[in-house]
Design a protein around this ligand. Structure first.
Ligand SMILES: NC(=O)c1ccc[n+]([C@@H]2O[C@H](COP(=O)([O-])OP(=O)(O)OC[C@H]3O[C@@H](n4cnc5c(N)ncnc54)[C@H](O)[C@@H]3O)[C@@H](O)[C@H]2O)c1
Length: 276
């Protein structure tokens, strides 16, 4: 028996990284998946973003567990595209129980990260995009009457300022930190306003996770240029970063009945980073 048997999870940014891990781990626990991703490049992002074949690979991995995945391209900045893939998934899978608002960018690097568009893209994807993803699913969660679990991926950058060197802070980085704090507010208003429907809402705050967002040459160059940008040695446990599955395991727990009375929580999965 899986922890999520009979449930359906709606996952944004499902093509790779943590989004893929959420889709696969939840499928391993018995959930079917509605997963979507932009699968395209934003001009303010200097590392390579996901491609359509990445999303196909996630669907293949989910189906290898024996579960179904409705996968499609949609942009969290565009609520109508999110609505479209959600409705397709609902049509094929019949319900939704879990929302994982995970899609994200780090538009803080290089000249592109210093452009005015980098602030705007960060807010649009990381704050408005989370709002759109949740809002699309909430009416169905309420209508079903079976409760639900909303899980929003924030960051250690949603619990503190982190960047100690003004020279290292671009508009994209400031937008990232502001949006990752902003989703805590979103989570809290969902936790309070949806509690009577037994719909829970929580944020997860990862330290560095080994995904293409941070494990890339542009990020390495950033740390070479700004060694004091922030303290990368703050993980108390002796590891440089955690794995996507570590975040997915926390999301499975929050989505499961084992967490049925956990709501309104900002859960660090950060190897102790936020303790000091
Ligand atoms: N990697 C880290 O160190 C780290 C740490 C803390 C928090 N996070 C957060 O974790 C989440 C997942 O990131 P990841 O580490 O897996 O990075 P990733 O780049 O591997 O995955 C992010 C996914 O989101 C998708 N995406 C981006 N913009 C989108 C849009 N407009 N619409 C739909 N999909 C879009 C990308 O195509 C990509 O597949 C993000 O919210 C990120 O900010 C990451």
């Amino acid at each position: 028996m899986g922890a999520l048997d009979g449930k359906v999870a709606f996952v944004s940014g499902a093509a790779r990284g943590q989004g893929r891990a959420h889709a696969v781990r939840m499928a391993e626990e018995g959930a079917d998946i509605i997963g979507f991703d932009l699968c395209d490049q934003l001009q303010t992002v200097v590392y390579e973003m996901a491609r359509p074949e990445d999303l196909e690979e996630t669907a293949r991995l989910v189906e290898a567990t024996g579960r179904q995945m409705v996968a499609g391209r949609a942009d969290v900045r565009d609520p109508s595209s999110v609505q479209e893939i959600f409705e397709q998934g609902l049509g094929e899978l019949g319900r939704v129980d879990i929302v994982v608002a995970n899609a994200g960018i780090f538009a803080g690097l290089g000249d592109a990260g210093r452009s005015p568009a980098a602030w705007q893209d960060s807010i649009d994807v990381l704050l408005s995009g989370v709002y759109h993803t949740c809002e699309v699913a909430i009416p169905t969660l309420i209508e079903q009457g079976d409760g639900g679990s909303i899980i929003i991926t924030s960051s250690t950058a949603g619990l503190g300022g982190l960047y100690a060197d003004r020279n290292a802070t671009s508009g994209g980085i400031i937008g990232y930190v502001a949006a990752k704090h902003g989703v805590v507010g979103l989570m809290r208003v969902y936790a309070t306003s949806l509690a009577s429907h037994r719909i829970r809402a929580n944020t997860i705050h990862p330290t560095g996770v080994d995904t293409p967002m941070v494990n890339n040459s542009e990020f390495a160059r950033f740390f070479q240029e700004f060694p004091n940008a922030f303290d990368t040695t703050r993980n108390l446990l002796p590891i440089p970063w955690v794995e996507p599955v570590d975040i997915a395991n926390a999301a499975v727990f929050l989505a499961s009945d084992a967490a049925r009375y956990i709501t309104g929580v900002t859960l660090p999965v950060d190897a102790g980073f936020s303790t000091i």
